[in-house]
Design a protein around this ligand. Structure first.
Ligand SMILES: [Zn+2]
Length: 79
């Protein structure tokens, strides 16, 4: 097994770790339901992308859940 020749100073370790950070995720706002969405991605809340419906979000919901979701989306459109 390879053994490190020299001890890394705290400064050296710090300089390496300086670049090991997580970048901030930039989010856009969905024009239909006003929820935060990743850019160039279908909105999973309302199923719309570029102004047209891509996924039917309401199809797999129960009648009660569907009613709540439809109400939520129409309220967001009015705002
Ligand atoms: Zn949306």
């Amino acid at each position: 097994m390879a053994v490190p020749r020299h001890k890394h100073t705290r400064a050296k370790v710090g300089k390496t770790r300086m670049h090991k950070h997580i970048n901030r995720v930039l989010l856009n706002v969905c024009p239909k339901c006003k929820k935060p969405v990743l850019s160039h991605t279908v909105c999973l809340n309302c199923g719309y992308y570029k102004g047209s419906e891509v996924i039917n979000v309401l199809s797999k919901l129960t009648k009660k859940e569907r009613k709540i979701k439809e109400k939520e989306i129409t309220q967001a459109e009015k705002k």
